[in-house]
Each structure stands twice: as structure tokens, then as C-alpha cells.
Design a protein around this ligand. Sequence first.
Ligand SMILES: Cc1cc2nc3c(=O)[nH]c(=O)nc-3n(C[C@H](O)[C@H](O)[C@H](O)COP(=O)(O)O)c2cc1C
Length: 219
Amino acid sequence: MFATTPLRVVAVSAGLSQPSSTRLLADRLAAAARERLAAEQDRSVEVRVIEIRDLAVDIANHLVSGFPSAGLREAIDAVTEADGLIAVTPVFTASYSGLFKSFFDLIDNTALTGKPVVIAATGGTARHSLVLEHALRPLFAYLRAVTVPTSVYAASEDWGSSGDEYTDGLPSRIRRAGGELASAVLGRTVSGASRAPGPDDGEDAVVPFEQQLADLRLD
Ligand SMILES: Cc1cc2nc3c(=O)[nH]c(=O)nc-3n(C[C@H](O)[C@H](O)[C@H](O)COP(=O)(O)O)c2cc1C
């Protein structure tokens, strides 16, 4: 019998511009995760993107007063209850933005334990792509989330001239990260969902860890 509750993927976008390249990257990652989840199991998939620019004042008020607004409480609950999380920040001064960090400062430091997370960032220069490794990955490691191996960085030059299309490379990184998030979500929430990659999985396939261990044959 199939579970009837939908799988929930929540993307947090800390972009400030309108339109926002950070939001665009969050949308693309959420779509990739949704596509992979829908292809691999029968539960419906709910995707939600939270733009924390809309909660900026509530976040500041919560930091100083200790009390969240109803809207902020609801956003925090959506993040902590998600089956999979996508966290995307613009690079500000060589790190995650202050708003992004402040939002995650308000989440209980045990609430993301074990949660599959894709980390991603946008920036003006590709030279700051290591922000994913020196800032975002340690943040989610501290929160004991399970960050998938592929992180995604999009510099200005990775987007096409229209701003809505992207150049070679970024789409496959997005697909790979979305696929890894889907695998992590299914491994965690659907019993028996772990499986060896099939012939149609291509190079984006992720081999479940227990399968890798079984394949080691240490005798
Ligand atoms: C205050 C500020 C600081 C920035 N610092 C950096 C930086 O250190 N490195 C970088 O690559 N881009 C930097 N940028 C550029 C933004 O990261 C980039 O434009 C981002 O994609 C904007 O996202 P958005 O379109 O979602 O608002 C900075 C932008 C601002 C406004």
C-alpha cells in the first residue's frame, strides 16, 4: 500500500533582487528534485519556494524579541518539516548573505538533523564558488543536516544573455544535485526505495551507500 501524504521539498531563497538569480536557481533545483522524485515513486510531490526577503523584518524582530511572527513561524515549520531542503543564497562579501544566516540562526539547532539538503549559491564572480565549501557546508554540518555531495554555484556568466536561460554546465549540475536530493529523500522516507542505478539513469545516477557497501565484497 502506498503512503498518501505528499513528499515535501522546500527551497529557501535568500535573493534580494527582483527578478532574482538566486530565486531562479532555487526554482530550477526544486524542479529537478521534483522531476526525479516523481519518476522514482508514486507519492505526489509538493514543492514550495520560500523567499526570505519577504520575511526580512520578521527575522530581525524575532532575533531581538525572541518571538516569531505567524508568517515566519509558518516558514520555519515548513523548512523543519520538509522531506528535502534546498538552501540558496547570494554571495555577499565572500560568504552567505546576512539574511540567509539570520534565518537559519532562528532554526533550532537540532531541527534539521538528518534532513537531506542541497546547498547552492549565486555570485557575481566564479572566483567565490568555494563559499559553498567554506561557509554553507560547515553551517549545515553544524546543524547535522545531510548535505548531498553536489553543491551548485551560478556566477553571472553561467546564465544566458536573457537571464532566464543558462549556459552549458549549470543544467547538468542542477540535474545531478536534484537527483541526489531525490535519492536522499527516498532513502530516508520510503522503505525499500534504495536501489541500484538502472540503465536509464546515465551519469547522474547515485548509488545508495548501503549498495556501495554491499558491492565492496571484503572477503
Ligand atoms: C552587498 C553585496 C555584496 C556582494 N558580494 C559579492 C561577493 O563577495 N562575491 C560575489 O561573487 N558576488 C557578490 N555580490 C554579487 C551577488 O552575489 C550577485 O549579484 C547575486 O547573484 C545576486 O543575487 P540576486 O539576483 O538573487 O539578488 C554582492 C552583491 C551585493 C549586493
